[in-house]
Design a protein around this ligand. Structure first.
Ligand code: DGL
Length: 267
């Protein structure tokens, strides 16, 4: 048993997909979240810069009492591949949980991966999928505009611009007949309806943030690190830019007011 918080970080609001799932499956746990909103996007930066930012985000989380770290960012997770960024507590990114879920789901052995340019360039999802399920065909495509569309609230199911951009990015996936599509960037679930409408109902979408949260639960159970708190846990959010902007984006993102206190903090 351990009553310390679960530490979660992302470049912005995307990691809230993992927090929502954690709140659902582990309601008694405290969550400390860091969103590096002053330096988003990570996905168009070099490997060296992404690693530097990720290590700084982790150093920030470690100033608090935490028992596990989730890198709820597809870019960080892909850049580190199967490596871990901490060795003194459990750690997970979104890569392996999402790859595992996609491999369990596919019937035809054809999996699509969409993510930031850094994520797709790393080739980490394809490598992980082919290790778990040799012979799988993996089709990857970077979707650099999605993060900006999401951060700017172009998220309605009928939004013409986002629908047009989605059709452009997703056409190769459709042409290859994938039956499973990994949303390899934690921002993408917010436009999942637009993605699903284009891909059709036979294609299963895998939310990488959600899968990472499910994996974190398994990890905490295995290591006997779950809280014994019986009342609901608290979420505490830290961001490197304005709290107001984060709150507004998060509301767009979650469709509801953010559940927890938000503080602005320099790294
Ligand atoms: N949430 C980040 C990810 O999953 C995307 C945003 C960014 O480019 O920083 O890759």
């Amino acid at each position: 048993m351990n009553n310390d918080a679960i530490g979660v970080f992302d470049s912005g609001v995307g990691g809230l997909t993992a927090v929502s799932e954690l709140n659902k499956i582990l309601p008694n746990e405290n969550i400390i979240y860091f969103g590096d909103t002053a330096r988003i996007p990570y996905g168009s930066r070099s490997r060296e810069t992404v690693l530097k930012y990720a290590n700084e985000d982790i150093a920030f989380l470690k100033k608090h009492k935490i028992k596990m770290i989730i890198a709820a960012c597809g870019t960080v997770s892909s850049v580190i591949g199967t490596n871990v960024l901490v060795d003194d507590m459990p750690f997970t990114g979104v890569l392996l949980p999402a790859a595992q879920a996609a491999c369990s789901n596919t019937k035809n052995g054809r999996i699509g991966v969409i993510g930031t340019p850094a994520t797709i360039r790393s080739g980490s999802f394809a490598k992980a999928i082919k290790t778990i399920r040799p012979g799988t065909v993996v089709v990857g495509n970077p979707c650099p505009l999605f993060v900006h569309l999401v951060e700017n609230g172009y998220t309605d199911r009928d939004n013409k611009i986002t629908k047009m951009v989605a059709a452009e990015y997703l056409a190769p996936m459709k042409a290859e007949g994938v039956d499973t599509l990994i949303l390899g960037c934690t921002h993408y679930p917010i436009i999942k309806d637009i993605i699903a409408d284009y891909m059709g109902e036979d294609v299963t979408l895998i939310s990488s943030g959600k899968e990472a949260a499910k994996y974190a639960e398994i990890c905490l159970v295995e290591k006997n690190l779950l809280t014994d708190r019986t009342e609901n846990g608290h979420n505490t959010f830290y961001v490197s830019d304005s709290t107001e902007l984060f709150e507004e984006n998060a509301k767009n993102f979650l469709g509801t007011k953010i559940n927890g206190e938000i503080f602005s903090s320099n790294l």
